[in-house]
Design a protein around this ligand. Structure first.
Ligand SMILES: Cc1cc2nc3c(=O)[nH]c(=O)nc-3n(C[C@H](O)[C@H](O)[C@H](O)COP(=O)(O)O)c2cc1C
Ligand SMILES: Nc1ncnc2c1ncn2[C@@H]1O[C@H](COP(=O)(O)OP(=O)(O)O)[C@@H](O)[C@H]1O
Length: 315
């Protein structure tokens, strides 16, 4: 997949079959749209093109990255779309100038002039241009004039997309990982850099990599204990390790009188110094809520059970 971040310097697409959207999560609903995109492109021997906006329009409007919790960072979205076999991803910087284009100019000067589409596939409820003035009918009539086809995403697929995005966000925040992963079509994942904790973990036989989430807009699951798999991304080479199994706690650690929220992962059958590296954590199962134990021995006993349960669920 080619990723284009400079819209003034795009290649000449061959019979571009285009769709436009945020595609946050690249979930099973999005995957159906991509299947339709690929099907149409195959019919006309064309290339599939997804146009997306970054940063998310709501972040630009609110001027606050943490006010909007998203399922994917741009890099994650790129990797997921790549895996779907899309030919081109065009990342449009969503800024004031772009958001002020009239609906007519959007189609003429942006969509037509830059892409010369063969087909544009959009939902019946898709809006574009300043104040979201442009709709499906306008796109269709300008398409007739300029010589491209506009096709609809079936209503049932559109509904599924809308329902899924909301459901997935709520499910992750509410620790319903089974529902979230089912809607996503893959296990939810996030990245964090390994920072120092208070070095207690190793003394009870469960060293835990403490994670700092660097992407403020990334949605993190609700507090509790989870079975996870992790890959380690080397901080200098960016090479990915093999996948390890592990268990994760998200919470304030009442047993050790913790005060702030921490995210920490104990990796099974592993013993390396990974401070400074990035962990990509895939969340598979929710195990239990965080508890206040009567001392470290009681916590240690519970961790042995968590480990056993995680290993079983992940096998
Ligand atoms: C799988 C897992 C479950 C945990 N569950 C709890 C818990 O229920 N209550 C709690 O206070 N701390 C819990 N912890 C956090 C431990 O208190 C923490 O790992 C320990 O204090 C070591 O901290 P350190 O990494 O900063 O040295 C859990 C940690 C892990 C990895
Ligand atoms: N199996 C493991 N799981 C997680 N981290 C491990 C493991 N083995 C070694 N480590 C290393 O030990 C650190 C965690 O040890 P811990 O005593 O909990 O210290 P800290 O409180 O600084 O996190 C991790 O950051 C990592 O560098």
């Amino acid at each position: 997949m080619q990723v284009h971040k400079d819209i003034t310097n795009l290649p000449a697409f061959k019979n571009a079959v285009i769709t436009i959207g945020t595609f946050d999560g690249v979930h099973t609903g999005h995957q159906q749209i991509i299947a339709q995109l690929k099907e149409e492109a195959a019919k006309v021997n064309g290339e599939t093109v997804i146009i997306t906006f970054h940063p998310h329009p709501r972040i630009v409007v609110k001027h606050n990255a943490s006010a909007v919790q998203l399922l994917n960072s741009l890099d994650e979205k790129i990797a997921l779309l790549e895996a779907q076999g899309v030919n081109h991803l065009v990342v449009v910087p969503f800024n004031e100038a772009f958001s002020n284009l009239s609906a007519n100019d959007y189609v003429h000067d942006f969509l037509f002039a830059r892409f010369h589409p063969h087909t544009v596939i959009i939902g019946y409820d898709h809006h574009f241009g300043k104040n979201r003035q442009g709709d499906y009918h306008l796109m269709e009539s300008i398409g007739k004039e300029l010589g491209f086809t506009v096709k609809e995403i079936p209503e049932q697929v559109l509904n599924e997309v809308a329902i899924s995005s909301t459901r997935i966000r709520e499910a992750i925040a509410g620790k319903d990982i089974i529902t979230a992963n089912d809607c996503l079509g893959y296990p939810y994942f996030f990245e964090g850099r390994v920072i120092e904790g208070n070095r207690l973990g190793r003394t009870i036989g469960y060293p835990t990599a403490n994670l700092k989430i660097e992407n403020e807009s990334k949605l993190i699951p609700g507090n509790g204990v989870y079975a996870v798999t992790v890959t380690i991304i080397h901080q200098i080479t960016h090479r990915k390790s093999e996948e390890y199994k592990g268990m994760m706690n998200i919470g304030v650690r009442p047993t050790v009188n913790g005060s702030h929220k921490t995210i920490e992962v104990n990796i099974f059958d592993f013993n390396e110094d990974i401070y400074g590296h990035v962990l990509q954590v895939s969340v598979h199962h929710y195990l239990r809520g965080e508890q206040k134990f009567n001392g470290l021995d009681a916590l240690k006993e519970q961790l042995a059970k968590d480990r056993e349960q995680s290993a079983q669920l992940l096998s």
